[in-house]
Design a protein around this ligand. Structure first.
Ligand code: ATP
Length: 513
C-alpha cells in the first residue's frame, strides 16, 4: 500500500474509533486544531505517564512542575521569542498558498536523497553480492551528479539560514525550480519573516490591558521557577525540572494531521548542570531519550538523530530525534544544549539574581541547561502510525489491529460474555467489577464474539477475557492475546495478575534501566 494511503487510512481510523476528531467539526473545523476522543485521551495520558514516570519516578534528581500558560510578557522579550521566533514564509502568487521557505527547500533536498537511494537500491539488486556501494556512489555519473547538486544546495541553504538571508532563500527556490504543489507554477513572492506567537489582552479595561502571549514553549515556565524549585526542593546541581503542558504556535503551514498543530502539548525537561559539563550531559540525554523511544519496540531502524543546520540563538549543540512517519523521517523530539542563555537573559531583564550557590565549589554561578523537548501529539502520531496494521487471516478474512505497546493501550482488557443469556452477563459483570480497579476495562456483550474481538483489535486492546458456559462450572475464563490471537484458559483469580504483569507501566519502565 502506498504510504499516502496508509496515512489516509490512519486518519480515518482515528476518527472512526474515537482517537482524534477535527476540532469544531460541526462548524467545518478549525485549521490545525484537533480534539482527542475517548480512546485518544487514554492513549495520550499513557504516553504522558510513560514520559513523566521515566523522568520523575526514575530519577531522584528530577522533579516536576506545572506552570501557567500566561506569563509576564517580558519573559518572551528576554527569551528572544518576541524578536526572533519567526519562520520564513513565501506565497505562491497563483494559488495564494503560503509555505515555509525552509520546508520547501528541505523537501527538495529530501527528494534528491531519495533519488540517489533508489538508484543505489536498484544497482544493489542488479549486481547482487558483488555490489560495492561506496564505489558506486563515487563513480556512477548520475549518482555523482545528484550528490554534488544536493551538497551544493545544502551548503547554500545552511549559510542562508545562518545569515538570515531571506533573498538567498528565495533565490535557492528559484534556482531549484521548486514549483507550488497546488498551482504547479513558480511565481513566488519575496520571503518574509513571520512571528509564530499568539497574543491576547489581559485586563478588563482597554487602556489598562496588558498584551500577553500564549506560551509557544513550556520551557520558560521552568526557567523562571528554577530557583523556587531549587531552594524549596533543596536541589543540588546536576538536577532537572520536568513539565508537561500546552503550547501554542501560529504555524504558517499546518498540515499532516496532528504533526503540526497550532495548539499542542509538550513534555520538556530542563536539566541544570555545571558550566563546562553541558556537552557531556547533552550526549547523555541523547542516549537516554533514544532508549526511551526504542523501548516501545517499533524497530531501531525507524529512528535517527538529525543534527541541526541552524542552531537556535540559545544553543551550542542541538539534534532532533526523528521517527519514520508514513510521510518520511520527521522530528518528534528536540535535544538542545541551551547554555546559560535563558537564565542570563532573565537575570538581565528581571534584575533578579539567577545564580546557584554550589556548596561543593563554594561559589555561585549561572547553571548551563540541557533540554529535551518532545511533542505529545507527534509522539501520539508516531505510536499510532507504528501500531496500525492490516492483516489477512485464514480464509481470506482481514482485520485491522492496532499493535500498541500494551502499557500504552487505552483499554487493557475487554470483558466479554460469550452470549447474552444463561447468567453469563452477570458473571462477566462480576469479573469486570473485580478488574476495573486495576486497569481500564471495557464490557461488551453486543454482536457475535468474532465481531467483538475485531472491535477490540481496532482500538488495540491487548487482552479479551471471555466468559462462557464452562466459566459457570469451573470458574475459568479464556484470555485471548491481541497479536497472536491465541487463547488460553485460566482461573478467574489469576486474570488480574496475568494481565497486570503484561500491561502495567512498570513493565515498560524496566526496559529503561
Ligand atoms: P519544527 O521544526 O517541526 O517546527 P521545532 O524544531 O520548532 O519543530 P521545537 O521548538 O524543538 O520544535 O519543539 C519541541 C517539540 O515540540 C518538537 O520536537 C515537536 O515534537 C513539538 N512541536 C513543535 N511544534 C509543534 C506543532 N506545531 N505541533 C505539534 N507538535 C509540535
Amino acid at each position: 500500500m502506498a504510504q499516502e494511503d496508509v496515512f489516509r487510512k490512519l486518519v480515518s481510523h482515528c476518527k472512526e474509533y474515537g482517537f482524534v476528531f477535527q476540532s469544531s467539526e460541526i462548524y467545518d473545523g478549525l485549521a490545525a486544531v484537533y480534539d482527542y476522543g475517548q480512546m485518544g485521551v487514554e492513549l495520550k495520558n499513557n504516553i504522558k505517564k510513560y514520559w513523566w514516570d521515566s523522568m520523575v519516578l526514575l530519577h531522584e534528581n528530577i522533579v516536576g512542575i506545572d506552570s501557567s500558560i500566561f506569563m509576564h510578557p517580558t519573559i518572551w522579550k528576554a527569551s528572544g521569542h518576541v524578536d526572533a521566533f519567526n519562520d520564513p514564509l513565501i506565497d505562491n502568487k497563483e494559488s495564494k498558498k503560503r509555505y515555509r521557505a525552509d520546508v520547501l527547500i528541505e523537501d527538495y533536498l529530501a527528494k534528491l536523497d531519495d533519488k540517489v537511494d533508489k538508484e543505489v537500491e536498484k544497482a544493489a539488486k542488479r549486481f547482487g553480492d558483488k555490489f560495492d556501494e561506496t564505489m558506486y556512489r563515487e563513480t556512477n555519473p548520475r549518482v555523482v551528479e545528484n550528490i554534488s547538486k544536493r551538497n551544493e544546495i545544502h551548503e547554500r541553504f545552511s549559510k542562508a539560514l545562518n545569515d538570515n538571508d531571506l533573498g538567498e532563500l528565495r533565490q535557492i527556490i528559484v534556482d531549484c525550480e521548486i514549483a507550488c504543489p497546488v498551482s504547479g507554477t513558480r511565481n513566488w513572492t519575496d520571503v518574509r519573516q513571520f512571528n509564530l506567537m499568539f497574543s491576547t489582552e489581559m485586563g478588563a479595561t482597554s487602556d489598562g490591558a496588558l498584551k500577553v502571549y500564549l506560551r509557544p514553549e513550556t520551557a520558560q515556565g521552568i526557567f523562571v521557577n528554577y530557583l523556587n524549585v531549587q531552594k524549596t526542593g533543596r536541589m543540588r546541581i546536576p538536577f532537572g525540572i520536568a513539565q508537561i503542558g500546552k503550547a501554542f504556535r501560529n504555524e504558517i503551514v499546518a498540515r499532516q494531521f496532528i504533526f503540526r498543530m497550532r495548539e499542542f502539548e509538550q513534555m520538556e525537561l530542563q536539566f541544570f548542570v555545571k558550566p563546562g559539563e553541558e556537552i557531556e550531559w547533552y550526549e547523555h540525554w541523547k542516549e537516554v531519550r533514544m532508549k526511551w523511544h526504542q523501548a516501545l519496540g517499533f524497530g531501531a531502524e525507524n529512528y535517527r538523530f538529525h543534527d541541526h543546520e541552524k542552531m537556535s540563538h540559545y544553543a551550542n549543540a542541538a539534534t532532533d530525534i526523528e521517527y519514520q512517519m508514513p510521510f518520511g523521517f520527521k522530528e518528534v523530539e528536540g535535544i538542545h544544549s541551551r547554555t546559560d542563555f535563558d537564565l542570563k537573559q532573565h537575570e538581565k531583564f528581571s534584575g533578579k539574581k539567577m545564580q546557584y550557590f554550589d556548596p561543593e565549589l563554594n561559589k555561585s554561578y549561572i547553571p548551563y541547561v540541557v533540554e529535551t523537548s518532545i511533542g505529545v501529539d507527534r509522539m501520539f502520531l508516531s505510536v499510532i502510525a507504528a501500531s496500525y496494521c492490516e492483516e489477512t487471516l485464514e480464509k481470506g478474512e482481514t482485520r485491522v489491529v492496532m499493535k500498541l505497546p500494551p502499557a500504552l493501550a487505552p483499554v487493557k482488557a475487554a470483558i466479554l460474555p460469550l452470549v447474552r443469556k444463561d447468567g453469563l452477563p452477570e458473571k462477566a459483570r462480576e469479573v469486570m467489577d473485580e478488574l476495573k480497579f486495576n486497569f481500564t476495562c471495557q464490557y461488551d456483550e453486543k454482536d457475535s464474539i468474532g465481531r467483538r474481538y475485531r472491535r477490540q483489535d481496532a482500538i488495540g486492546t491487548p487482552y479479551c477475557v471471555t466468559i462462557d458456559h464452562q466459566t459457570l462450572e469451573d470458574n475459568t475464563v479464556t484470555i485471548r492475546e491481541r497479536d497472536s490471537m491465541e487463547q488460553k484458559r485460566v482461573t478467574i483469580d489469576l486474570v488480574e495478575k496475568e494481565i497486570s504483569a503484561k500491561t502495567n507501566m512498570q513493565s515498560l519502565l524496566k526496559k529503561l534501566i
